[in-house]
Design a protein around this ligand. Structure first.
Ligand code: 2NE
Length: 275
């Protein structure tokens, strides 16, 4: 694949090719832990991918291996910039902006695939949980650390995790802060498949290629429907937004607007009340 750099950032890499965007967290010396800037940059890249009509799938991956030979997807929030009320940005403002990023990944009408080699830990684990699909390398290691390091993610990080692996397993993951292998993650339905690390990106591209053959509107409606089952009124808004989009694309929907602009009564009698 002929990756083209889409935009240059400090903490991430952003590439595109053949309908696929690739966002790479590029802080291997920190096991790809994120600071506020990293999150701002990821948010910007995800927004770009969302806006791009050509892009249907986004791959999220961590740069690596590091000089010590170890891989990481993401080790969560950068504890070295954690201040009294959050992760401090370069002006000293405390932030938890990864929550904004989680919502964007969750609601964007494109498929986001996490490609996990090495550690997916803490807030980094939550990022892969939020993604639509996860492909793990054989060396992937999964786990939450919050209660060990004085933090927790009681949002998607707990509730959506429980939807995936079940209540008992999710409580175990959070309460004991253990680490789990790729095979254990596969067994609990936390990842979609496990491949050798050197095949990770190729496998992600294979899955992306299959998805890109499918109907964009069918995929976006399915993603919204899966979300709606868990996300309350926000999920319903997303799903209903797709219904509105489709309605606007009908003659019936356009008749209402046209009649208003032509200062006449709308003629909806020509449209059937389908069973
Ligand atoms: C990931 C893990 C298990 C890897 O262990 P190991 O032994 O392979 O590496 P090591 O030596 O711990 O880490 C290598 C370098 O990366 C830094 C380390 O400090 C070390 O730096 P140097 O000593 O070489 O200078 N590093 C790794 N993770 C970091 C991090 N998160 N922040 C800053 N520096 C980090 C092991 O490194 C580990 O357990 N990491 C911490 C995982 C963690 O607890 N993350 C935060 C969870 S809380 C969170 O993410 C969060 C939330 O709960 C709610 C909202 C938002 C975020």
């Amino acid at each position: 694949i002929n990756w083209q750099e889409a935009k240059s950032y400090q903490d991430i890499l952003y590439h595109k090719a053949d309908g696929v965007a690739k966002i790479t967290i590029n802080r291997p010396h920190k096991r790809n832990a994120f600071r506020p800037r990293t999150v701002v940059e990821m948010y910007d890249a995800f927004c770009d991918a969302r806006e791009d009509f050509q892009i249907g799938v986004v791959l999220l991956i961590g740069a690596g291996p590091h000089d010590d030979g170890k891989y990481a997807f993401c080790a969560g929030g950068d504890q070295s910039v954690r201040g009294q009320a959050g992760y401090l940005d370069e002006t000293g403002v405390p932030r938890l902006n990864v929550l904004d990023l989680q919502r964007l990944i969750r609601s964007m009408p494109k498929v986001v695939i996490a490609l996990v080699a090495g550690y997916a830990i803490g807030g980094g684990h939550v990022l892969h949980v939020i993604c639509d699909l996860t492909i793990a390398a054989e060396n992937a290691i999964f786990g939450q650390t919050g209660p060990k390091v004085g933090s927790f993610d009681g949002g998607f990080g707990a509730s959506y995790l429980a939807r995936i692996v079940g209540q008992k397993k999710a409580r175990e993951i959070w309460f004991l802060c253990r680490q789990y292998s790729a095979q254990e993650a596969l067994a609990m339905g936390l990842v979609n498949c496990v491949v050798p690390v050197e095949q990770l990106e190729a496998e992600g591209l294979k899955w992306a290629g299959e998805i890109l053959q499918k109907s964009p509107i069918a995929i976006r409606c399915l993603k919204a429907a899966f979300n709606a089952d868990c996300d309350g009124q926000a999920g319903l808004q997303e799903l209903a937004g797709n219904a509105t989009l489709l309605y606007y694309m009908t003659e019936e929907g356009a008749e209402g607007k046209q009649a208003f602009l032509e200062k006449r009564s709308p003629d909806f009698r020509q449209y059937p009340w389908l069973p």
